[in-house]
Design a protein around this ligand. Structure first.
Ligand code: HEM
Length: 231
């Protein structure tokens, strides 16, 4: 009979392996020769190894889970809309980015951000006291017509240039904690989808099932099936 290994133990083993195979060698090489990157910066700030490991795991989770969900969501929109897909495959890099940012505006992977107020403040209709927790509803902010213009629920890649705004609006957050991986996420998605949509007779055979992850306040897409012809 197979013994059941508790989940936290498995996580700890993965973390140890990630540390010994990837993080520790990266720390060593940057101690010898600092580079222009996050680990070198953390070493400069005097972070211990464990804190650097946690930072690397944060990047992995914050970066991979979000981007994975977004890639499926963007693909779904593009498969479902022939005109949009034609514009995407014919477009240059800048136009493809604009399309992806507009999809991300409508489909923010992280729908809610939380902040603790550091001082009393008057926020228009509401006021907040120091120490209170604020929830920022990104999904709602991204469809506020005062910011994004008319027909806020319509997918319109030219919206951001008309409004002179940042295409993804609040989907990567804002301020000092704005997502440092925003460009990587959009670039990864763009390169992958550009290659995918050029496959012969590529189609979405089965649309994904959508569920909701309460912890992250984000959508999860599972079970999509994409098919193509042999080249
Ligand atoms: C479509 C993909 C992504 C979305 C929608 C996204 C969204 C966000 C949002 C909304 C925040 C702000 C959280 C807050 O203010 O509390 C954030 C933070 C962060 N993101 Fe991303 N992200 C994505 C991809 C990535 C990638 C690829 C990386 C790493 C390469 C990354 C690394 C991080 C990190 C480290 C933070 C924390 C920043 C801080 O607290 O100062 N993200 N992300």
């Amino acid at each position: 009979m197979a013994a059941r290994v508790p989940g936290p133990a498995v996580t700890a083993v993965h973390a140890m392996r990630f540390f010994s195979r990837d993080v520790r060698p990266a720390i060593r090489s940057r101690r010898e020769q600092p580079r222009e990157d996050v680990i070198s910066h953390l070493l400069e700030e005097g972070y211990p190894d464990k804190a650097i490991l946690i930072e690397c795991m944060t990047y992995a989770v914050a970066g991979m889970v979000t981007t994975r969900e977004f890639i499926v969501m963007a693909a779904w929109h593009l498969f479902d809309d022939d005109a949009l897909r034609a514009r995407f495959t014919a477009g240059d890099e800048a136009d493809q980015i604009v399309i992806l940012e507009e999809i991300l505006r409508l489909e923010p992977v992280a729908a809610m951000l939380h902040r603790r107020a550091t001082e009393d403040a008057d926020l228009g209709p509401d006021s907040v006291r120091a120490g209170e927790l604020l929830a920022v509803n990104i999904r709602a902010a991204n469809v506020d017509p005062e910011t994004v213009g008319a027909c806020p629920h319509a997918l319109d890649p030219d919206r951001a240039s008309r409004q002179k705004g940042v295409g993804s609006y609040m989907s990567f957050g804002d301020g000092s904690h704005r997502c440092p991986g925003a460009q990587v996420a959009i670039a990864e998605t763009r390169v992958f989808l550009d290659a995918l949509l050029r496959l012969p007779d590529v189609r979405l055979e089965r649309a994904p099932d959508m569920t909701w992850c309460d912890g992250l306040m984000s959508y999860e897409l599972r079970g999509a099936v994409v098919t193509c012809a042999r080249a």
